[in-house]
Design a protein around this ligand. Structure first.
Ligand SMILES: *Cc1c(COP(=O)(O)O)cnc(C)c1O
Length: 393
């Protein structure tokens, strides 16, 4: 049987192969340290669990409107107003089955065959695949390490063609942890307006910024930019709720309506009780974020120092998310490996530390380390990586 062409070229997630290998080693009794995680290592806060249980007990287990329960949409409207001074109506909000499905649905309703979307590299693994599934064409623009991997206005200008429909911005970034400043966004926004581009702004790590001027949404910069921007966000990273699958998109009512129509034929609605859990996350006065953020910040400071001290490893210090994205090319070469992928594999086999090779993010000279694990584990991992690099020199 032949599968549809659209899935034949799908690349499996970059973390998959390494995770499978790590699990194999773990099952064989090895002490493996996994730095591949793309999710917080904290549990969902107790009061949120409680809200979900109450929703179940109260029978809130039926279909909901496909764009989400009105109370949650109102809570998102309020959050946008309070956190970003952005005013939206509730028909400009759709709740989705995770931010990932918001992006998937968005590309499906935006793109015609051949439409181009500018994707700065390094990129989050799902963007190119989702664009291709919508028959669009990802156009990669290389974020240079000297610019903290961020897209420059010159680069953006040079990548635009008659077919360019949209651009993706992801600040703070997965995998680099870098954050765009207001000035940088202004320069990019000016070009987007002049060229009539839509802006897909993935702000899922918005709450996890540890230094610098903090989060700015490009939609905040002017009314014109707000009209051209679809913001993607969700509770996965901010409230340690990855498994609940609640995300959302806000923006132009026509686009949101089309997304809602499509969702009504694909997911029907995000899980009812998970929506009530997210409602609690956004309306409660508990400080869920504070302790998590403090722990991430502490780990960032220490892990960055440990990693940057390894010979042949060059690491820009990020301001947000929970990843480091060092360039290991020099270490790989001096260790006698041809590719970073081979080096990562040998590191796992010999020292039992699992990293994600940068090739999956469109940056083959780098690796991604997640610090969503304990400080003890991070310190031990850094020691092992250093020992590995030295033993191969
Ligand atoms: C985790 C992540 C998402 C998806 O989050 P979900 O709401 O769990 O689907 C989207 N974008 C980026 C950059 C992410 O890291």
């Amino acid at each position: 049987m032949e599968l549809a062409k659209r899935v034949q070229s799908l690349t499996p997630s970059a973390t998959l192969a390494i995770t499978a290998k790590a699990n194999e080693l773990k099952a064989a009794g090895h002490d493996v340290i996994g730095l591949g995680a793309g999710e917080p290592d904290f549990n969902t806060p107790e009061h949120i669990l409680h809200a979900a249980k109450s929703a179940m007990d109260e029978g809130k287990t039926k279909y909901t409107p496909s764009s989400g329960i009105p109370m949650l949409k109102e809570a998102i409207v309020k959050k946008m107003k309070e956190d970003h001074a952005l005013t939206y109506a509730s028909n400009e909000v759709i709740v989705t089955t995770g931010a990932k499905h918001a992006l998937y649905t968005l590309f499906q309703v935006l793109l015609n065959p051949g439409d181009e979307v500018i994707v700065p590299t390094p990129y989050w693994v799902s963007y190119p695949e989702q664009i291709k599934l919508a028959e669009g064409k990802p156009v990669f623009v290389k974020g240079e390490e000297k610019n903290q991997f961020k897209l420059t206005p010159e680069q953006l200008e040079a990548a635009i063609t008659d077919h360019t429909k949209a651009i993706i911005l992801n600040s703070p970034s997965n995998p680099t942890g870098m954050v765009y400043t207001k000035d940088e966004l202004e320069a990019i926004g000016e070009i987007c307006l002049r060229q009539g581009l839509l802006i897909v702004s993935d702000e899922i790590y918005e709450q996890l910024i540890y230094e610098g001027e903090g989060h700015v949404s490009i939609a905040q910069l002017s009314n014109e930019l707000k009209e051209r921007t679809i913001i993607i966000n969700g509770v996965s990273k901010s409230h340690a709720m990855t498994g609940w699958r609640i995300g959302y998109a806000v923006g132009d009512a026509t686009i949101i309506k089309a997304m809602s129509n499509l969702a009504s034929h694909s997911t029907s609605n995000p899980t009812s009780v998970a929506q009530f859990a997210a409602l609690e996350a956004y309306t409660s006065s508990e400080d869920d974020l504070g302790p998590m953020k403090a722990a991430f910040h502490d780990r960032l400071e220490k892990l960055h120092e440990w990693i940057a001290s390894i010979p042949g490893v060059y690491c820009e210090k990020p301001q947000g998310a929970f990843y480091l994205f060092p360039n290991v090319q020099e270490a790989v070469q001096s260790n006698g490996f041809t590719t970073v992928d081979d080096w990562v594999k040998a590191l796992l086999e010999e020292e039992k530390v699992a990293l994600v090779p940068g090739s999956g993010f469109g940056a083959p000279d780098n690796v991604r380390l997640s610090y969503a694990t304990s400080l003890e584990q991070l310190e031990e991992a850094a020691k092992r990586i250093k020992r590995f690099v030295k033993s191969h020199q």
